[in-house]
Design a protein around this ligand. Structure first.
Ligand code: G6P
Length: 475
């Protein structure tokens, strides 16, 4: 079983959004969704005759392979039960909370694991069917950790990379997973495993030793042969911090219409002295309640004034059928209502809460309108919003308050780093960021911008693929 593509990307989602109806031609039904991963991989895909394998995002049979914006896309279909058990269940109610340090309790359900195995096999078979002899296959994220091992069983000739976009937890936490050995063995089907931070890679190497009894030397894992025909393999695990298309955000932020929109936003808010901004998926890992509590106390204590200080809270809808997400939404909405009830005046609530998703132009305008960006994640693989804010601030003004529990904290040294659990510390950092002097803001922002522009998403993809090429490879 071999296909004709020399480069295969496997991710849980296709890089497209559905905009049309069934029955219309695919070019009309689907529009590319401009995520970082696509931007980075598009040139590689074009050059290497690439294909992207993923789930189109709703239950039902897979549409036929189609092309959008010059990309070849192959869909993997999920039934309604699989959406429940594989996507909402094992991926987002077991692995997601477990890998984010059990901020919410992970649920361990055997039928969910069975669905995870079944769906991972479907992705692996799809990849095996598309990859040309000797192709490079790049598998992405926690939803697909069994794919490298399953693919290697079918196709020994391909070179497999895996990148984990979310944290890899410490062993005491990972060890809770009843299927920890299978997950480690599945991942070790890859030739190269990429993580966001060195600590994630170190956690994984420890899991290899403890959960699967492997030996490691530096960043290499020795994987004994699975059967008589195979040799011992060496698999490398390392840190490759993901990034954004910084120049594209810079271009957006310098567009006349976007700059005007930023002015209109500040105007609509009543020209406040300080605009604070938070942008996240509505997810319990993001520390949205911690941020609200800190803001509320600052208003209580008069350290921030209302009107005068405004918090824009963009919390885009996410995984809405998963219980923990529903509970969080209720709590956020009650808290916003309480703050606005207590501190608002007619026509000027202190919190502007938006449970919506916006196009990138609007996001860039919001970044330009905000004096202080608040990223308060309790745990976050990278946090690309922090990098987007920095990329847009071309006049080097503005300040970033950034949780030390994000991957971005390793890189964005010009941020006000915070422990979001420490509400007093968070409040102090918000006040310092809101009252920063222009020279200090410039100094901090300049350092962060250099980093984000140097280590952009193209650099990230190129360094991962270069390391994959050099990895010991299929044996
Ligand atoms: C995180 C994950 C991605 C995921 C995205 C959106 O960034 O790392 O793998 O696709 O969230 O989540 P969703 O459940 O909508 O795919």
């Amino acid at each position: 079983m071999a296909g004709g593509h020399d480069f295969v990307v496997v991710a849980s989602r296709l890089p497209v959004d559905r905009v049309g109806e069934d029955g219309q031609p695919p070019e009309v039904q689907w529009r590319p969704s401009p995520g970082g991963l696509v931007t980075a991989l598009e040139p590689v895909m074009a050059e290497a005759n690439g294909v992207w394998i993923g789930w189109p995002g709703s239950a039902g049979p897979a549409p036929e392979p189609f092309g959008v914006g010059g990309m070849h896309l192959v869909s993997v279909g999920l039934s309604a039960d699989e959406v429940r058990d594989f996507y909402e269940g094992f991926s987002n109610a077991t692995l997601w909370p477990l890998y984010h340090d059990v901020i919410a309790p992970p649920m361990f359900r055997r039928p969910w694991w069975d669905a995870y195995v079944t769906v991972n096999r479907r992705f692996a078979e799809a990849a095996a069917g598309q990859a040309a002899p000797g192709a490079t296959v790049w598998v992405n994220d926690y939803q697909l950790q069994l794919v490298p091992g399953m693919l290697r069983e079918i196709r020994r000739d391909v070179r497999i990379g895996f990148f984990n976009h979310i944290p890899f937890p410490g062993y005491e936490i990972f060890a809770q997973l009843p299927w920890r050995r299978q997950i480690v063995e599945g991942l070790l089907g890859a030739d190269l495993l990429g993580f966001q931070r060195h600590s994630d890679a170190a956690n994984f190497l420890l899991a290899c030793r403890r959960a699967a009894g492997m030996t490691t030397r530096g960043s290499l894992v020795r994987v004994p042969p699975r059967d008589a025909g195979a040799g011992t393999r060496e698999v490398r695990a390392g840190a490759f911090p993901v990034s954004i298309d910084a120049a594209a955000f810079g271009r957006l932020a310098s567009r006349e219409d976007v700059r005007k929109r930023a002015t209109v936003i500040r105007n609509a808010l009543g020209e406040p002295e300080v605009v604070l901004l938070g942008v996240d998926r509505l997810d319990y890992t993001k520390g949205i309640l911690h941020r609200l509590h800190a803001f509320s106390e600052l208003l209580d204590e008069g350290r921030l004034r209302s009107p005068g200080s405004v918090l824009i809270l963009v919390a885009s809808p996410s995984r809405e059928r998963v219980e923990q997400y529903r509970l969080l939404r209720d709590e956020v909405e009650v808290t916003v209502g309480r703050i606005n009830g207590q501190h608002g005046e007619l026509g000027s609530p202190p919190v502007h809460y938006l449970h919506q998703s916006y196009p990138r132009e609007e996001m860039a305008a919001l970044y330009l309108a905000a004096d202080v960006m608040l990223v308060t994640s309790l745990r976050d693989g990278m946090n690309l919003v922090a990098k987007e804010y920095v990329a847009c601030r071309d006049d080097e003004s503005g300040a970033l308050v950034l949780s030390e529990f994000t991957g971005a904290a390793d890189e964005l040294v010009g941020a006000f780093l915070v422990n979001p659990h420490d509400i007093e510390g968070l409040k102090d950092a918000i006040v310092r960021a809101a009252t920063i002097s222009p020279p200090e803001a410039r100094r901090r922002m300049r350092a962060m911008r250099r980093r984000v522009y140097d280590n952009d998403v193209a650099h990230w993809a190129a360094s991962f693929l270069a390391a994959l090429k050099q990895a010991p490879g299929p044996g």
